[in-house]
Design a protein around this ligand. Structure first.
Ligand SMILES: CCCCCCCCCC/C=C\CC(=O)SCCNC(=O)CCNC(=O)[C@H](O)C(C)(C)COP(=O)(O)OP(=O)(O)OC[C@H]1O[C@@H](n2cnc3c(N)ncnc32)[C@H](O)[C@@H]1OP(=O)(O)O
Length: 311
């Protein structure tokens, strides 16, 4: 962990402190700037502002109000505690900037959007660590799923499990049309179970039947199959992905913010409220589950399998 990271992590995770997401988000928050006419971002003569931390590059186009958050945590953008902390801090900065109205999530790592939760964070750690880690996973989801901004995932690589959850939490998903890239909630293949809020988010995107089959089998769907089942909204050639994502956001931002935001809130509130109401219980469930010896063995075997595949 980098020198400053424990402080940042505690800021999100320390029990007793207000979690960042306790501030009202998509529900009960004032609308952002009036949208004005839809404008193609590439035609604007505008200033770009960039900031970054160790793992995420953020660029804000002040003319269009569209930011890009590029995940850059080699080798595979796994969602470690440090990564999740930096992610939430970057997203909070954008949420607090009233000039920012939309965010594109994409990857700076070739062929990988995100490899999901960092498995090493779930192996042979202390109960305190598991609690801190799981609170950070919850925080990421609450922030993205509950965001007032328009959110688009530009999925330029494979995106299993937690990586898929990040994409599912956005308003729209565009994937590079490479059949080698796959996406899905493959937890069952690791011998673990996607928690209820992963499942609810998935069901809200693809429907109950498709979600049930896919979750039970731990499916990773190729890009064309992901389009067929509605897991992603469209496929485009990789070189067109970023422009397409900006064009989609511009289209969504052409609507009055308050109407879009209230509609989003109405569609997502039940699922969000369920986790907010049961957050501590969910952390305890995670700890009881992950500390089982059989689960630790399954995770260990899965990591070994990843290493063997490489060698
Ligand atoms: C009753 C209910 C109670 C609720 C209980 C809740 C239980 C927990 C729920 C948890 C929810 C979500 C879980 C997850 O997100 S788990 C993560 C799932 N991810 C995966 O399965 C992806 C695994 N990785 C891959 O398939 C491939 O690595 C890749 C992403 C396709 C990339 O392939 P590649 O060939 O380019 O790279 P590779 O050589 O495989 O990997 C490079 C190194 O990175 C390591 N690594 C890969 N993924 C992860 C990861 N997710 N975490 C940590 N480390 C990872 C890999 O081991 C290589 O390391 P090294 O170089 O060998 O040291």
């Amino acid at each position: 962990m980098a020198a400053v990271a424990p402080t940042l992590a505690r800021r999100i995770a320390r029990p007793g402190m207000l979690p960042l997401c306790s501030r009202p988000q998509a529900w009960g928050r004032a609308a952002r700037q009036s949208p004005g006419l839809p404008r193609a971002p590439s035609l604007l003569l505008t200033q770009r502002r960039a900031f970054s931390n160790n793992k995420i590059l953020v660029e804000l186009d002040e003319g269009s109000g569209i930011a890009t958050m590029k995940l850059k945590s080699p080798p595979v953008n796994s969602l470690s505690l440090d990564f999740l902390t930096e992610f939430c801090i970057s997203l909070e900065k954008l949420e607090n900037n009233r000039g920012c109205r939309g965010v594109i999530f994409t990857s700076a790592i070739p062929k990988i959007f995100s490899s999901g939760l960092d498995i090493t964070e779930m192996c042979r750690k202390s109960t305190e660590h598991y609690a801190e880690f799981w609170r950070a996973v919850q925080e990421m989801w609450l922030r993205v799923y509950g965001s007032n901004m328009v959110t688009v995932a530009a999925i330029n690589g494979s995106s299993p499990a937690g990586g898929c959850l990040l994409a599912l939490s956005c308003d729209y998903r565009i994937m590079a049309e490479n059949p080698k890239f796959s996406i899905g909630l493959n937890e069952a293949q690791l011998g673990i179970v996607a928690p209820f809020w992963f499942k609810d988010t998935f069901v809200n995107v693809v429907g109950h039947r498709v979600a049930e089959r896919s979750l039970q089998l731990g499916c990773l769907h190729s890009a064309p199959e992901a389009l067929r089942i509605g897991l992603v909204d469209e496929l485009v050639p990789e070189e067109k992905l970023q422009d397409k994502a900006a064009a989609v956001i511009a289209q969504w931002l052409a609507l009055p913010d308050h109407a879009r935001q209230l509609t989003k809130s109405m569609m997502r509130k039940l699922v969000l409220d369920r986790l907010v109401a049961h957050r501590e219980e969910d952390i305890q469930n995670f700890i009881s589950f992950i500390t089982k010896e059989s689960i630790q063995k399954s995770l260990h075997m899965y990591m070994e399998m990843l290493k063997k595949k490489k060698g």
